[in-house]
Write a protein that binds this ligand. Structure first.
Ligand code: NAD
Length: 501
């Protein structure tokens, strides 16, 4: 769905009335059916815009994890999915994508209520992007094949890719369904069985799509959804019968997952982790107002809850006054509002823990840096809303080094090209970066020198297209989501050699 159509659709709907009428499923999905956790335990998921509970959700423990792994293993071993003709699997996944589109308003509403993000964004970005991702990998299934190796004439060497088996996908809360789709779509396309563990802060869309996958014809046992806290994810990482864990989340938890994999069965580990991305505005930037507007979007979109947030804005000294004025003006577009109002561009922070964390960073920033505005609590009696905060800071302060995952922008002034590169790369992270310049040589040279998985030139956060791999250098992770490269993560490579007579 284009953003314009999504906006028109969003405007035509009374979302508050829809929210009142919404029925919410909170149970796990194992072996083709919804079920409570074996212990009967639940946790509440909260709407951060109202601080009110939305639903009680199954808190899956060890028995549920074992049951889900057994169901996934059985489905994989009998080939009910992996052995279907590629064109059949493609048709089922295309139907799955179509059902997500058909239910996009319901899913967008669930996403907005669960995370606090604006409804227009849920519709145009999260849900539309999830359907597109599933469709994209569906279309790949009957297009990619293996290789025949160039061997001696009495030998035939085939190089083929096979599914890994049972894949656990553990995902975060900032783009709940989209991050889940970036894992489950390539994993299912490759023929695996999947166990999806959504974040305890935003489990509702993941739970809902299990039924849509089943309605599309995905055989029972091929996709389970296991809501729960971090402990549920840890049990999957430690499980000896899980073949791969694909994780998106914090660097700290990524390290725990790698350790758990090493200490259990050396399952394959794919990590998409944090970031503190530099957005470099050179004095010869072609359009200062445009760069400032993109910089504001780069750090304030989705309440700043973005792994790729351009939270370090590096500005060359000559244009600093002009740029800051434009950035402050652009930040006004992100004044928080009711997430169910289609005009809102900044919603609520996901929960009290994240809200307190962001406010603590803002308080620290006021001590260690020059506060240029924002970072105020608004509508505090209603929900968890913070206005976009801008600081002018040295490169070594806490707010300029640590991932905040909230609407906090650190502006750092630099003088030379080399200084910009040094500051930009002086980070444990390497997820994304951007450069604004009119000079082609400067653009290419900087892009090469930046240690980041994605480099944008004269734009920020462009690239919703599935053809572009996404992931990080250094402690931003390993492997890549999206593109054909992600498909490879969910396969083993096999060499088969045949000797002729
Ligand atoms: P998190 O690491 O706290 O949690 C992520 C998921 O891991 C959740 O489902 C959580 O329940 C689970 N988990 C927690 N402890 C676990 C453990 N010990 N073992 C296994 N699973 C465990 O991250 P979050 O707060 O949900 O998300 C924010 C982080 O995600 C940020 O650091 C952000 O940069 C990162 N992120 C990265 C990308 C990317 O593509 N690189 C995309 C989105 C978010």
């Amino acid at each position: 769905m284009s953003e314009l159509i999504a906006k028109k659709t969003a405007e035509a709907i009374n979302w508050h009335a829809r929210a009142l009428a919404l029925s919410v499923e909170g149970r796990a999905f194992i072996g083709g059916e919804y079920c409570s956790s074996a212990s009967g335990q639940t946790f509440a998921t909260i709407n951060p815009a109202t601080r009110q509970a939305l639903a009680e959700v199954a808190d899956c423990g060890e028995l549920d994890v074992n049951r889900a792994v057994m169901a996934a293993r059985a489905a994989f071993d009998d080939g009910r999915w992996a052995d279907l003709a590629p064109v059949v699997r493609k048709t089922i996944m295309l139907r799955f994508a179509a059902l997500i589109r058909e239910h996009s308003e319901e899913l967008a509403l669930l996403e907005t209520l669960d995370t606090g993000k604006p409804i227009s964004d849920s519709l145009a970005v999260d849900i539309a992007g999830s359907a597109y991702c599933i469709q994209w990998y569906a279309e790949v299934i009957d297009k990619v094949g293996g290789e025949v190796a160039p061997l001696a004439s009495n030998l035939v060497g085939m190089v083929t890719r096979e599914p890994l088996g049972v894949v656990a996908a553990v995902v975060p809360w900032n783009f709940p369904l989209l991050m889940a789709s970036w894992k489950i779509a390539p994993a299912l396309a490759a023929g695996n069985s999947v166990i999806l563990k959504p974040s305890e802060k935003s489990p509702l869309t993941a739970i809902r799509i299990a039924a849509l996958a089943q309605a599309a014809g995905l055989p029972d046992g091929v996709l389970q959804v296991l809501p729960g806290a971090g402990a549920t994810g840890r049990m999957l990482a430690e499980h000896p019968d899980v073949d791969c864990i694909a994780f998106t989340g914090s660097t700290a938890v990524g390290k725990c997952i790698m350790q758990a994999a090493a200490q259990s069965n050396l399952k394959r580990v794919w990590l998409e982790l944090g970031g503190k991305s530099p957005n470099i505005i050179l004095a010869d930037c072609p359009d200062i107002a445009g760069a400032a507007s993109a910089a504001a979007g780069g750090v304030f979109y989705n309440q700043g809850e973005m792994c790729s947030a351009g939270s370090r804005v590096l500005v060359q000294r000559e244009i600093y006054p002009q740029f800051i004025a434009a950035l402050q003006a652009a930040a006004m577009a992100y004044t928080p509002g009711d997430p169910l109002d289609p005009a809102t561009r900044m919603g609520a922070i996901v929960d009290q823990i994240q809200y307190d964390k962001v406010l603590a960073y803002i308080a620290a920033g006021k001590v260690e840096a020059e506060h240029l505005g924002g970072g105020d609590v608004v509508m505090g009696e209603t929900g968890l809303f913070i206005t976009p905060a801008i600081f002018n800071t040295a490169a070594n302060t806490t707010i300029a080094r640590e991932e905040i995952f909230g609407p906090v922008c650190s502006v750092i002034v630099f003088d030379t090209f080399d200084e910009a590169i040094q500051i930009a790369n002086n980070s444990e992270y390497g997820l994304a970066a951007a450069v604004w310049t009119s000079n082609l040589t400067t653009a290419h040279t900087m892009a090469k020198k930046l240690r980041a998985g994605t480099v944008w030139i004269n734009c920020y956060d462009e690239g919703g297209d599935m053809n572009l791999p996404f992931g990080g250098y250094k402690q931003s992770g390993n492997g890549r989501d999206k593109s054909l490269h992600a498909l490879e993560k969910y396969t083993e490579l096999k060499s088969t050699l045949i000797k002729l007579s």
